[in-house]
Design a protein around this ligand. Structure first.
Ligand code: SF4
Ligand code: SF4
Length: 68
């Protein structure tokens, strides 16, 4: 059930705009206390929508090590 990829935010570059949070079909990404976006990797299905919408280009897609 777990996807092979998940999103990870570069906190230093995130500008807390919240655009990614509106794109996520799984409600897996939120801006933490107005500081930076955080991904719940358990919910993330690796669709990449947040990455494509991020104006700061600060979301990377990572491979899950335990993926089968
Ligand atoms: S990759 Fe898809 S599921 Fe994961 S946080 Fe981004 S928009 Fe949500
Ligand atoms: S879209 Fe990018 S810059 Fe905006 S809150 Fe999400 S990760 Fe941060």
């Amino acid at each position: 059930m777990a996807s092979k990829r998940y999103a990870q935010v570069n906190r230093e570059r995130c500008v807390s705009c919240g655009a990614c949070t509106h794109e996520c079909p799984r409600d897996a990404i939120h801006v933490w206390k107005g500081c930076f976006a955080l991904v719940d990797s358990d919910l993330c299905v690796g669709c990449g929508r947040c990455q494509r919408t991020c104006p700061a280009n600060c979301i990377d897609m990572k491979e899950r090590e335990a993926a089968v």
